[in-house]
Each structure stands twice: as structure tokens, then as C-alpha cells.
Design a binder for this molecule. Structure first.
Ligand SMILES: O=c1ccn([C@H]2C[C@H](O)[C@@H](COP(=O)(O)OP(=O)(O)OP(=O)(O)O)O2)c(=O)[nH]1
Length: 189
């Protein structure tokens, strides 16, 4: 069901959940909701939804470890063993529909990094909103020992980020600042 906000030009798709528009004092039934990611400055959303598609029977839907955790833990769908120094792409068995204007960033889990030196080959994985393929975690064993993980183990965490609405523009001059061109330790260590 698609509706158009009366105060702005963006259409909004109703799926489910709670929402309210503070400016217009509109309320919609609890089991309906505006698809939360259309850009509309007037709507305040709860229960924002991101679609996840299971691509493999072993895939586990990511969950927050605690209600206020920033990240959703990503699980491996396969048993893996990573030798010291090796890199290993790990399947999650999941595809995501990240809304336009958002990105899902994949970060290492601190416990695995501290205890085993397990981090990500790409430091941070960037999942674009137009990507519909399987999310793969690129593990890197920087530790001294081989590491075995089993299907279902949590290998990384994903955080959804809202992106600023910007474009890049080429120009002849940049504004002056106190720092200017000084960089890389110019303020001291
Ligand atoms: O850790 C990651 C990083 C990326 N991706 C997926 C989602 C992302 O949208 C796509 C492309 O990633 P990225 O843009 O980082 O890769 P690239 O090497 O720049 O390739 P491309 O030319 O496809 O953008 O791969 C993952 O599954 N895991």
C-alpha cells in the first residue's frame, strides 16, 4: 500500500509496525506502518524494517546480543578453519535489502580480535543498498594459531548507518582553515 505524505513529495509504503507523523498528527493502526526509509522529515518511525532473504537452510537471521547493541551478529553457515595469516571468505547465507540512503557496514567482533587475532581482510565491509547478493564476511587470521569455527558461530557484526545526502562537486579553490595542508601527525603525537 503506497501513500504520499501531504507535507512532502515522498511516497511511503505501508508494511507493518508502529509509526506516527508528529507534524500531521496522523496515526496508523499498530499492525501497519510506513516503510521507514523513504525520506520524509516529518515522520518518526519505530520498528524500522530491513528485509532479509535466507539463501541457505543453515542461515541464521542476525540478532542483537543485547537490546541496545549497535551491531547485529552475523553467523557463518559453514565449518571453517583458518591458518595463521590466512584469509577466508565466510558465507552468511543471507541477502539484505538495505534501503536507499543507508549502508550496512560489517565490522570485526572485538572478542574474536582480542582472543584470537581474528579480524576482517577489508577492515570494514561495506554492503551497498543496491546489493542483492549474499553477504560474505572476509575473515583474516592475524593470530599465531589456526582457528576453527563451526556453522552457526558468530563471525562479525553488522551496523546499519544512515548516509548523508551529498554529492561531490569539483571546484577550483577550497576554503582556508587553521590546519590547511598539515596532516599526518602535524599536531604532535
Ligand atoms: O565484506 C563485504 C563487503 C562487501 N560485500 C558485498 C556487498 C557490497 O555491496 C558488494 C561490493 O562491495 P565493495 O563495494 O566493497 O566491493 P568492490 O571491490 O569495491 O567492488 P564493486 O566494484 O562491486 O563495488 O560486496 C560483502 O558481502 N561483504
Amino acid at each position: 500500500m503506497l501513500e504520499t505524505c501531504k507535507r512532502c513529495r515522498y511516497g511511503v509504503e505501508i508494511i507493518r509496525g508502529d509509526y506516527k507523523c508528529e507534524k500531521q498528527e496522523i496515526k496508523i493502526q499498530r499492525d501497519e506502518a510506513l516503510y521507514p526509509f523513504r525520506r520524509c522529515a516529518y515522520f518518526v518511525f519505530k520498528n524500522s524494517l530491513i528485509k532479509i532473504k535466507r539463501l541457505h537452510e543453515n542461515a541464521e537471521i542476525p540478532r542483537r546480543a543485547t537490546p541496545d547493541s549497535a551491531g547485529f551478529d552475523l553467523h557463518s553457515i559453514e565449518d571453517i578453519s583458518i591458518a595463521p595469516g590466512d584469509h577466508c571468505p565466510v558465507r552468511t547465507g543471507l541477502a539484505f535489502e538495505i534501503p536507499p540512503g543507508y549502508a550496512m557496514l560489517v565490522y570485526p567482533r572485538s572478542g574474536l580480535a582480542k582472543n584470537y587475532g581474528l579480524t576482517l581482510s577489508n577492515a570494514v565491509g561495506v554492503v551497498d543498498s543496491d546489493y542483492r547478493g549474499e553477504v560474505v564476511v572476509l575473515l583474516h587470521n592475524t593470530g599465531k594459531h589456526s582457528l576453527s569455527l563451526q556453522a552457526g558461530d558468530r563471525v562479525a557484526q553488522a551496523v546499519i548507518h544512515r548516509l548523508p545526502d551529498i554529492e561531490l562537486v569539483e571546484c577550483e579553490e577550497l576554503s582556508e582553515t587553521q590546519r590547511g595542508k598539515s596532516g599526518f601527525g602535524s599536531t604532535g603525537l
